[in-house]
Design a protein around this ligand. Structure first.
Ligand SMILES: NC(=O)C1=CN([C@@H]2O[C@H](COP(=O)(O)OP(=O)(O)OC[C@H]3O[C@@H](n4cnc5c(N)ncnc54)[C@H](O)[C@@H]3O)[C@@H](O)[C@H]2O)[C@H](O)CC1
Ligand SMILES: [K+]
Length: 515
């Protein structure tokens, strides 16, 4: 699912209006009817008081039009205009007139107005600001937003939570509405998926308002949300007459004294995601643990007892994943440097391999083209330097990806894969996956997919998706707290099955619910 920026949404608006020969008011009417149907389906006429807070732009216009539909269907409404500017958009005015024609007189709220009384079981519709927010709200509007939150009532935001900018962080965490639900027109917004702003969006849904599909199809976006539909075409089905050679021989390189577990996790993950053969390259201390923990894997040992000091092997791996538990000893740094001189094909660089690159910047030029770096935010900051907000973080990551011709996987909630100027936002996973070794497993998954012939970008996107899906399946059985890195490995098979399960027909869904 494409994620459009404000400029692209406005362009889609005007293209649609012109192509479909409709007025902007008719487009707003479509939007507000979609809002109404979504609410009506869930409320079924319930006598719950609905307080609408409308700004003076088109977001507010949506709110006024929604108020009209609600009132026409017998809902108890109270309309408040948050009068933060003397400007009024034409469609706002049109809908205000329609309310007045129905003898609905909105309260006009200014800086000195009393805050309306709202019960904890009431519903608040936040249509104060939409994607047109261009500066921080006035202090009195911020106070109003705080009061909305203090009511404890359910807050439904129209299009975006008011106060969030579409392209930058906000000045102060209090300057935006924390929405229980956001109804976004046509596509989700980037702010729904960023660590700093996701707190304002507990849940979201998209309402199709009939923007021109051709225009949307043709519009190139920087960001794309990756769900099952987008990821499924990446899957490479297995042929009947295949053998393990078809699925490559992966090499997992890492480990140091006390951190052999990371290599065990990556090696097991690499096998379970489908690599044909896997060899682990570890210091001497890793031989026994690996042979016991992963009998399916072969083991090569470095001459160093406790950490890797010289990487030598006569293997031609089809994919390499390096860095997990590696440590950053001086000899390990020179070993990795020499290894990168010889490594020409794309590989996975994670954990201490990334820390070594950050501490020895001249090694950055040795990253094989197309390689996949999998930092968590702290490791990313060591690579890129600090950032003022998530938007700058993404900008710097894209620049790094372009300059070093590599793919960056920013791990976390909504893991984001940056490949050049494009970013792919993963849409599964859960907080239970924030557990030791989860990243080691992801390295094993991506390396194992590379080993099976997936192109680097496909391996990164598919690996992240399978990792999240396995984590979600594990969480349904184990909950969040008990979920461990091994749980993710154990559920990878079910993740493949779930991914490949044909979509259920309507009757199958009904049968399942009745059963
Ligand atoms: N295709 C669609 O998605 C459609 C979206 N619709 C709705 O339109 C809004 C965007 O409307 P717009 O009028 O451009 O912006 P806002 O409603 O957010 O209005 C803000 C308004 O106020 C001015 N402004 C901005 N920041 C401030 C501030 N801090 N203080 C005072 N004034 C401010 C700004 O200049 C604007 O004029 C979108 O979100 C949807 O809800 C259409 O209804 C249908 C199609
Ligand atoms: K809003």
């Amino acid at each position: 699912m494409k994620i459009f920026d404000a400029k692209q949404i406005y362009a889609a608006d005007s293209f649609t209006i012109q192509k479909q020969q409709i007025t902007s008011d008719e487009l707003m009417e479509r939007a507000s009817l979609q809002l109404f149907h979504w609410l009506h389906q869930r409320m079924q006429g319930a006598p719950v008081k609905i307080h609408l807070f409308c700004g003076i732009g088109n977001n507010g216009g949506d709110g006024l039009a929604l108020a009209r539909h609600l009132q026409e269907h017998g809902y108890h409404i109270e309309v408040n205009i948050v009068n933060y500017s003397e400007k009024r958009s034409p469609d706002f005015l049109t809908n205000l007139d329609r309310l007045k024609a129905r003898k609905i007189w909105p309260n006009i709220l200014n800086g000195d107005s009393a805050f309306p009384s709202i019960g904890v079981d009431d519903i608040i519709v936040d249509a104060i600001f939409g994607i047109g927010l261009n500066r921080s709200p006035a202090p009195w509007v911020v106070d109003l937003m705080k009061n909305l939150k203090a009511t404890g009532a359910f807050i439904l935001s129209v299009d975006v939570p008011s106060g969030l900018f579409m392209d930058r962080g906000i000045e102060d965490p209090e300057f935006a509405v924390e929405a229980d639900f956001v109804l976004s027109f046509q596509a989700p917004k980037l702010v729904f998926f960023l660590p700093e702003t996701a707190r304002y969006i507990k849940q979201w849904d998209v309402l199709d308002i009939g923007l021109d599909p051709e225009f949307l199809e043709k519009t190139e976006t920087t960001y794309k949300l990756m769900g099952k539909a987008e990821v499924l075409p990446l899957y490479r089905p297995r042929q009947k007459f295949s053998h393990k050679g078809h699925y490559g021989h992966a090499l997992i390189l890492g480990g140091s004294y006390g951190k052999i577990g990371a290599v065990i996790l990556s090696t097991s993950a690499c096998l379970r995601v489908g690599a044909g053969l896997v060899t682990a390259y570890v210091p001497q201390c890793g031989l026994l643990p690996l042979q016991i923990a992963c009998p399916e894997a072969m083991v090569l040992t470095d001459k160093g007892e406790k950490y890797i000091s010289q990487i030598e092997f006569d293997l031609e791996p089809s994919a390499v994943g390096a860095g997990i538990g590696l440590g950053t000893e001086k000899e390990t740094v020179s070993a990795l440097s020499a290894f990168l001189d010889a490594q020409k094909s794309a590989m996975v660089l994670d954990a201490d391999a990334l820390n070594i690159l950050s501490q020895n910047r001249k090694l950055l030029d040795k990253i094989p083209e197309g390689s996949i770096l999998t930092p968590h935010p702290k490791e990313l900051e060591r690579l890129l330097g600090s950032w003022k907000d998530d938007f700058e973080k993404l900008q710097k990551t894209r620049e790094f990806s372009v300059n070093h011709r590599c793919i960056i996987v920013i791990k976390g909630a909504h893991t984001t894969i940056c490949a050049g100027e494009k970013c792919y936002i993963n849409n599964n996973g859960n907080p239970g996956m924030a557990t030791a070794g989860s990243g080691d497993v992801l390295t094993g998954f991506i390396t194992g997919l590379l080993s099976q012939g997936y192109e680097p970008l496909a391996a990164a996107i598919f690996g992240v998706f399978l990792h999240g899906m396995a984590g979600d399946l594990a969480a349904t059985e184990q909950g969040f707290e008990a979920l461990t890195a091994n749980s993710i490995i154990d559920f990878i098979g079910k993740a493949y099955i779930e991914l490949l399960r044909p979509p259920q027909t309507q009757e199958q869904q009904t049968e399942e619910t009745e059963a």
